[in-house]
Design a protein around this ligand. Structure first.
Ligand code: HEC
Ligand code: HEC
Length: 439
């Protein structure tokens, strides 16, 4: 939503433009001096097309973003972002060493082939991976210690980089060491804030008044106070949004706790069974998409219905105005088709996890499972149990989940741990654990 408050006439851009102009000039020099062309951020074309932005509007967004965030080789962090530019410089740019032999360009060396230079999850390797690498631009993260809708803390992102995401292609970068991981965490946040700012600006055109003539205001108030600050503040507030976890009851009887957890799992409050299935093999509802794939699926649908209605429309009796509108629609649909083919990956459903395989992407400490169940998984269909299950009871669900890979007390098997049958393996297909026959 755009603010209705009067806009200051003092413009932010004059202060920022020299920097933008300088960047543009150095870019010209770099390419003109025979070096490799400088890297550039890719525009969010799916959003631009969805908002039906005109080319000059896309250009305005690019100019503002250049002034506020710089380029992949030369990142800018305005003080309001709270980002540490020195850390960004270690992670940004082409892979190289500085005068003292310190390695720069960490993101491009280690991450961009999956996550893309822009952090849009569209690196060259992305199409071959399942799940797809994360698109940082909406600023949504899954495996964290904070409430569902909140940002991750720095420690959460660092943990992801130290451990990787088990069961996906996201590797561990533990060997890089603390300092480089901190630089990469800062850079991920930078790419998210940039992506969130881009999304916000592209959507802001919709709320413009007639007098704005299709251009966003370029005042400090609009660009910094109304746009950047609210985005940056949500990142800075993450440390205060960490979930309060009650101690696991000390005198807890494990067998009893597992039984209570099982009841909750199958009950209609937590309703884990809806997605993870009676068997916990992940065979419940499995046709949903995550928040990154869902918009693409919807856009595809919209495009298909536009295309079929265009095909059915006869142009024979159209007035010149109607004809012009018809042509515009065809052009838009054509452009949309190209964008979906070139700027988005083929949508994939997100299956509920097979809980008998003991593969926990967000970490396998009981605490990690507590966070996952309490807050759900942001961006994924998995809902928060917070509010429906009492905080202490979440520990019972955690204990039940942790018991699942080791036994099957339903109709398919015995109560004994599968490990005691000598047949349990964590690595192979989860299905193998329930087809094994009882001795
Ligand atoms: C081989 C591909 C690959 C490489 C290389 C890679 N990632 Fe990832 N990354 C992934 C995938 C796949 C996911 C999504 C996992 C999921 O959604 O479960 C992911 C997710 C993430 C997340 C999101 C975690 C969350 O809680 O939601 C962050 C942050 C991240 N990667 C950072 C990095 C950084 C920084 C680097 C470089 C140091 C990097 N990745 C390198 C594939 C990769
Ligand atoms: C609406 C469907 C849905 C419901 C209800 C649901 N889940 Fe999930 N759950 C999912 C999906 C989808 C994933 C996979 C998310 C991903 O891959 O990012 C998942 C993943 C998980 C994971 C793996 C976490 C990790 O770190 O990898 C656990 C554990 C889990 N769910 C437990 C539960 C429990 C316990 C409940 C009930 C309190 C529950 N789920 C309810 C859909 C659901």
């Amino acid at each position: 939503m755009l603010p209705s408050s009067p806009r200051h006439s003092a413009s932010l851009l004059p202060a920022m433009l020299p920097c933008a102009a300088l960047l543009a000039m150095s870019a010209i020099c770099l390419s003109g001096c025979g070096g490799a062309p400088p890297a550039s951020f890719r525009a969010n074309m799916v959003e631009a097309t969805k908002q039906q932005l005109r080319p000059e509007q896309e250009e305005q967004v690019a100019t503002i973003l250049l002034a506020m965030f710089g380029t992949p080789d030369d990142p800018v962090a305005l003080p309001e972002t709270g980002l540490d530019e020195a850390k960004l410089r270690l992670a940004a740019g082409p892979v190289r060493s500085d005068i003292v032999g310190r390695k720069n360009g960490l993101f491009r060396e280690h991450c961009s082939h999956c996550h893309g230079i822009t952090g849009d999850g569209l690196g060259p390797t992305a199409a071959f991976l399942n799940p797809y690498p994360r698109d940082y631009r909406p600023g949504v993260y899954k495996f964290k210690s904070t409430e569902r809708a909140d940002k991750p803390t720095d420690a959460d992102l660092a943990r992801i980089l130290h451990n990787g995401i088990y069961g996906t292609s996201m590797p561990s970068f533990d060997l890089l060491g603390k300092q480089k991981i901190e630089a990469l965490v800062e850079y991920v946040k930078y790419l998210s804030m940039r992506g969130e700012t881009e999304l916000w600006l592209m959507r802001a055109f919709f709320d413009l008044d007639d007098e704005d003539e299709g251009r966003l205001p370029e005042t400090r108030e609009f660009l910094v106070e109304d746009t950047l600050l609210p985005i940056a503040e949500r990142w800075q507030e993450a440390e205060d949004a960490v979930i309060e976890v009650p101690e696991m009851p000390e005198d807890l009887d494990l067998a009893e706790s597992i039984a209570l957890g099982k009841e909750l799992y199958h009950g209609n409050k937590a309703n884990c069974v809806k997605c993870h299935g009676v068997t916990a093999l992940g065979d419940g509802q499995a046709n949903d998409y995550d928040d990154w794939n869902k918009p693409i699926v919807q856009l595809r649908k919209e495009l298909d219905s536009t295309l079929s209605s265009l095909a059915e429309t006869s142009t024979a009796d159209m007035s010149p105005d109607e004809l012009a509108e018809h042509v515009r629609e065809i052009e838009w649909a054509d452009r949309f088709e190209q964008v979906l083919a070139g700027d988005a990956l083929e949508p994939r459903t997100i299956p509920p996890r097979n809980l008998r395989r003991a593969i926990y992407r967000g970490g396998r400490r009981p605490l990690d499972l507590y966070y996952r169940i309490h807050a759900g998984i942001n961006g994924a269909p998995m809902p928060a149990a917070k509010g429906t299950v009492a905080p202490e009871d979440i520990w019972h669900i955690v204990n039940y989940i942790r018991s699942l890979p080791y036994g099957f007390d339903g109709e398919l098997g015995a109560d004994r741990p599968l490990a005691s049958h000598g047949g349990f393996s964590t690595g192979s297909s989860g299905v193998a654990t329930h087809t094994r026959s009882n001795p």
